[in-house]
Design a protein around this ligand. Structure first.
Ligand code: AMP
Length: 305
């Protein structure tokens, strides 16, 4: 599926930068482009984009202050940013410093036809690099943890990379935004980390499935077997929306034992679970056998240890 690319252009509103912005718009036909003026920015939501462009004509403290304010609202770590100024090397240097963790292309002159070609090829290049993003690079593999013989897939490196974390959430939203999901239920503790921002992005309730003894209210519980050990999970009865479509998720699906127990709890209380989701799937651990008839989707699968 070819996803439309989001591009955000922030300018200081001067004619020269606006002109460069329209050059970029022309060069990037087919992208979804939002252009804002730094001075008009009032702290509203900013489009999460694949590529950002910032254009400032002159090195003036007031313009710099406007840009700093906008940039405080955007997480640019690892994001491609084009920085341009038709007038001033100081403005370029200032903006480049503000976006210093990003991949930066600099344009220090008005954009002529050949520069537009350059903008186009630079953007295509950084976008296709983003598309070849490999989630595997962000999953640690720790042998013999927590017990001998277990290869532990560590997702903490996803969380310490805003780009990898965003990649997961973007993919989750893309998978489920048209699936009429009315709530998400997640397993303690790592499942919560992905389910909470997903619930927020989707504007749906989040149901916590916790380990025994953590929930204060009226609850139901179920025991289950783990790849390494046994455990019991609980959920507040009143949190389960009877008759509603609840996506059930965990960070990793191995034998599917945990999710099977959670599935039983939720469906037993009347929820409908159309699908189960995991960031990581280990199909060789046979989770699908434990979850008969429920489609399971994961962002990355490992087929053997
Ligand atoms: P399971 O019930 O076998 O599907 O196990 C899934 C739960 O155990 C998830 O909450 C995982 O976080 C955790 N888990 C099981 N096996 C592993 C593994 N090899 N690496 C990391 N986490 C695991």
């Amino acid at each position: 599926m070819e996803k439309k690319k989001n591009v955000l252009i922030v300018t200081d509103g001067t004619n020269a930068t606006q002109k460069m912005a329209s050059g970029i718009v022309k060069a990037l036909k087919g992208a979804r482009i939002v252009s804002i003026e730094a001075a008009d920015f009032g702290g509203q939501d900013i489009l999460p984009a694949e590529v950002y462009f910032f254009g400032c004509e002159k090195a003036e403290p007031i313009s710099f202050a406007y840009f700093s304010r906008v940039l405080r609202h955007i997480n640019l770590v690892g994001r491609p940013c084009g920085v341009f100024s038709p007038q001033s090397k100081e403005a370029i240097a200032y903006l480049a410093d503000l976006v210093h963790d990003s991949e930066v292309a600099l344009y220090a002159k008005p954009l002529f036809e050949k520069d537009i070609e350059y903008v186009k090829s630079w953007t295509e290049q950084v976008i296709s690099k983003g598309q070849s993003f490999n989630l595997d690079d962000y999953i640690g593999k720790v042998p013999d943890f927590p017990k001998k013989g277990i290869l532990f897939y560590d997702i903490t490196t996803i969380l310490t990379s805003p780009a990898a974390f965003d990649h997961c959430l973007d993919n989750m939203v893309e998978l489920y935004e048209d699936k009429n999901i009315e709530a998400i239920a997640a397993i303690e503790a790592r499942g919560f980390l992905f389910a909470a921002p997903f619930a927020d992005r989707m504007g749906i309730p989040l149901i916590l499935i916790r380990k025994k003894g953590k929930l204060p209210g009226k609850k139901i519980s179920a025991g289950y077997k783990l790849e390494y050990g046994e455990a019991e999970i609980e959920v507040h009865v009143d949190d389960i929306p009877a008759g509603k479509r609840v996506l059930l998720m965990d960070d990793l699906i191995a034998t599917g034992g945990t999710l099977k127990a959670a599935y039983g709890l939720l469906t037993g209380a009347g929820a409908v679970i159309p699908e189960i989701f995991g960031i990581v799937g280990l199909p060789f651990m046979n989770y699908q056998k434990n979850l008969p008839g429920v489609p399971v989707r994961t962002l990355i699968q490992y087929h053997s240890e």
